[in-house]
Structures are given as C-alpha cells and as structure tokens.
Design a binder for this molecule. Structure first.
Ligand code: GCU
Length: 481
C-alpha cells in the first residue's frame, strides 16, 4: 500500500504538471496564432504632430529648421526679392551618377532616367506600392445637361478600391466625366484634380462676386472652353483617394496598403497617392467608349498642380500636363531661396505630401543636399508636352515663385532636346502674359491670382498641337517613344 502510494503519486504529478501541459500547449499556441492571424488590428491613430515626430525619431532628427512665413508682413517673411536669391548649383540631368555624360536617347531611357526616378522615389515623393489593390469602377448616375450651350452627358463614378486585404479601411474614389452629347467618336478629355462642388461652394461664399472674378479672371469657365473644342472633361476628387493631412496617412489608399500601420520612410505620400488615383481614373477611361484614352491630359492648381506634375512623371499614358502654380514640391526649383521653402513642406501641415525621408533636408541636411531638383521632375515628363502656369507676382504673391517654376522648365530643356523636342526657347523669364508655347515645354504667367483660369485659352492653343479633336487623325503624344 505504501509502496503503491510512493509510485503512483509521482506518476500523477508528472502527468498533471508535465504531460497534460505538453499536450495542451501546442493547441494553445496554435489557437493564439490563429487569433493573431485572423483578428484584424484597427488602424493606428496618430495626429499629424505625432506622426511627424515619429518620422523624425526614425530619422534620428531632433529638430527641423523652421520655414519662412507666407505673410509678407511677418518678420520671418519668405524672400520675394530677386536680388536676394543666393547662387545655387543644380544637378545635371544629363550626367550619370558615375560622372559619364548622357549623349543618346537610349542612355537617357536606360540609365539616367531610372537614376533620377530612384532619387525622387526614395527621397522626395516616396515609392508607390507594387501591389496596390484593384479598383472597380461603378457608374452611379448618368445625366444629360447643358454646359454653356453645349449638350453634354455627365457620368458620376465611384471607384471602389478592393479592400479584401484590410476591410477596416474603405476607399471610394469620386470622379465625374462630362462628354459632348453629340460626339460621334471617342473624345479627348482634360481631367482636373478638383475640389468637390460642396467645398468649392463653401470657398466661393467667402468672396464677393467682384473679388472672386479678380482672383479667377473673368473668362468663361474652363469646362466650356474644353467642350467648345469638342473635348470632354473630368474631375477627380483627390481627397477621396487620400486625405490632405498627416493624420490621414493610416487611412485612405496609403493606410489601406499599409493595413492601417504608419508609413515607412520611403513609402509614398499624398502626392503620389493622388497621382495613383488619376492613373486609376485613366484605367476607367480606357474602358469607356466615349473617351479617347490616348488623349487624356491632367491639370491641377497648387498642391494639385504638384500632383498633376507627379501624375505626368509616373504615368506615361497621360498625353499632356497643365501644371498650375505648383510651387515648392512642384515645378519650382526646390533649392531656390524665393517664396516657399523645403522647410515649409517638411512641416507638420505639409510633410504628408512627401516621403518621410524628405524631412532630412530641413535638418540636418539642407536643400542643397537634395540629389535631384524640380527641373529633373519636369524632365521626367519628356518627350510629352507640359505647360507650366503661374499667376502674377502682385496678385498671387511670391509664395509659389513663378520664376522658380519657369526655371524648372528651363532646366528640363536639355533632356527634351536630347529626345528631339523643343525647349522653352529662352532662359530669360518673359514679361507677364507672354506665352512661350513653341516647344514641348511651355510657360505663361497670367495677370490674376492663384488660379489656372486665365491661362486656359493659351493652354488649349498649345494643347491643340498635340491633342486632336474628334474627326482629326490623332497622333497620341504618349506613344511616341
Ligand atoms: C500652401 C502651400 C503650398 C500649396 C498651397 C495650395 O500655400 O504652402 O505649397 O501649393 O498651399 O495648395 O494652395
């Protein structure tokens, strides 16, 4: 009896403490794994300030330089005096990183262009994901209306982004497409990165009619001018793709691809996300019989002017770009000390447009350390036509740096010439309202404010050389190389 007790007890203890847990543990571990794999963590929520700080920490940066102020009366006002612009030197778009000169179109396409793209991807705008989800376009309404005197058909569309990989984030891209009702053939389309009609109405309310006209110029709306050529127009709402703030980076298309987690340092920012949205709209146009998808242009103003330029760069299917007052981060030479500066774009209110890595150039590095500059961004559009648009220094102000954008166009000239195209024709900033539209890079400064409005007629004259209306035989600019 005693012996039995002595033998049995350790056996029981062994079973209880070792064998049972040994059998059950794998089951528990497996269950824990299963739960982790299936329970979807909610999107991280950080304010713009918190996310900006997170990026600084990742870069081991303790402080950034403060940018100048847009208000001309501020003691820290941005420089708008040409005489005070220090000298700077620009990277040569036609010299390889190994010092070799780029002398043929093949060297540009195969060697130099990829080098420049890599620098913009890693340091400036971030990389768009290779595995971005598919978009399923739905026409939610079709209506017949009249714009000016022209009967048109307007389709409202929603691009549902496939969110099977992360169902907690929904992205529905808003787009409208308007084409002449009487068109007998597919028509060219100008697409604008636009404000939603609700936001536009709210902004307009803050101005008197006279102020609104002075600011926008008083020509007919661009939509009428486009229709008068027999073309159509489209309006894409960028903020339906990606919010225009740092807080939204774990939402929208960027958040969806990152499954609600904060960005890596070379992940795409809002500008590339908006450009991605424009490319998805172009995918839809390729399926719509009313549109000649080989003749689609992109236009935008200011931050959306930057986005329009980025769209041209990354999607060669876009035939032409109308780049309005794009300023710093757009066609303006980044390192030119006039108007807005790199430090402003690296601040909490604008950094989300760019890759996290961009912050480095606002401290400890400087804009002179940038491996590329805006002239090379314009050059990446070559050989396709681009029109760089600015307002007047007096009415629009110097923040967007009209001359800096002009110089972005000048610096792209050698690449266009190498590819057999014509540049701006001069390196001297032309007087206001002088159109430089004889080559594939065009420029005009109108006399109104922060708008593309008064430059539309000139843009359309320029565009008419490349984009052919219905009935003409079209030479799609995008397929020339
Ligand atoms: C701010 C910003 C500019 C931008 C502009 C706009 O002024 O600093 O970079 O272009 O907003 O989008 O209107």
């Amino acid at each position: 009896m005693r012996l039995r007790y002595f033998v049995l007890l350790p056996v029981l203890v062994l079973i209880r403490l070792v064998l049972i847990p040994l059998v059950l543990m794998p089951l528990g571990v497996a269950r824990a794994f299963f739960q982790a794999a299936t329970a979807t963590p909610s999107p991280v929520h950080l304010t713009s300030e918190q996310d900006h700080q997170r990026v600084m920490d990742l870069l081991h940066i303790s402080a950034l330089r403060r940018g100048p102020d847009g208000d001309p009366k501020s003691p820290n006002a941005a420089n708008v005096d040409e005489a005070k612009v220090p000298k700077y030197s620009l990277p040569d778009p036609l010299v390889l990183k190994n010092g070799q000169k780029v002398t043929t179109a093949a060297m540009w396409w195969q060697q130099r262009r990829p080098e420049i793209v890599e620098d913009f991807d890693r340091e400036i705008y971030g990389r768009a994901p290779a595995n971005a989800p598919k978009v399923n376009w739905e026409v939610t309404s079709t209506s017949r209306e009249t714009v000016g005197d022209i009967p048109v058909v307007t389709k409202k569309l929603v691009g549902h982004v496939d969110n099977a990989s992360y169902p907690l984030i929904t992205v529905d891209i808003q787009l409208t497409l308007t084409t002449p009702a009487n068109a007998t053939r597919p028509v060219p389309v100008m697409m604008e990165f636009g404000l939603s009609p609700e936001i536009l109405a709210a902004i307009k309310k803050r101005f008197t009619d006279a102020q609104w006209t002075a600011f926008n110029g008083n020509g007919p709306p661009w939509q009428q001018l486009v229709l008068a050529k027999g073309w159509g127009y489209a309006i894409l709402i960028p903020t339906s793709v990606q919010a225009d703030n740092g807080e939204g980076l774990t939402q929208g298309i960027i958040g969806l691809v990152d499954k609600g987690q904060p960005r890596k340092l070379d992940d795409w920012g809002a500008l590339r996300a908006w450009a991605w949205g424009a490319s998805r709209a172009l995918d839809y146009f390729e399926t719509d019989k009313t549109v000649d998808a080989k003749q689609v242009g992109i236009e935008g103003l200011s931050r959306y002017g930057k986005a329009a330029l980025v769209t041209m760069v990354y999607d060669p299917r876009f035939a032409i770009g109308f780049i309005g007052s794009s300023g710093e981060g757009g066609a303006k030479i980044l390192r030119r000390k006039f108007g807005e500066q790199v430090e402003n774009v690296a601040s909490t209110s604008e950094y989300h447009w760019m890759a996290g890595n961009f912050l480095k150039y606002a401290g400890p590095l400087t804009p002179d350390d940038l491996p590329v500059d805006a002239h090379e961004l314009v050059a990446l559009c070559a050989p396709r036509p681009v029109f760089i648009s600015s307002g007047s220094l007096q009415v629009e102000g110097g923040w967007i740096d009209g001359k800096g954008m002009f110089l972005g166009g000048v610096g792209a000239g050698p690449v266009y010439r190498l590819l057999g195209k014509k540049d701006l024709g001069t390196a001297e900033m032309p007087p206001m309202e002088t159109a430089l539209i004889d080559g594939e890079i065009a420029f005009r400064q109108h006399s109104a404010g922060h708008t593309t409005g008064p430059n539309w007629p000139t843009f359309l004259t320029f565009a008419g050389r490349y984009i052919k209306g219905p009935g003409n035989s079209a030479v799609p600019a995008a397929s020339k190389h």
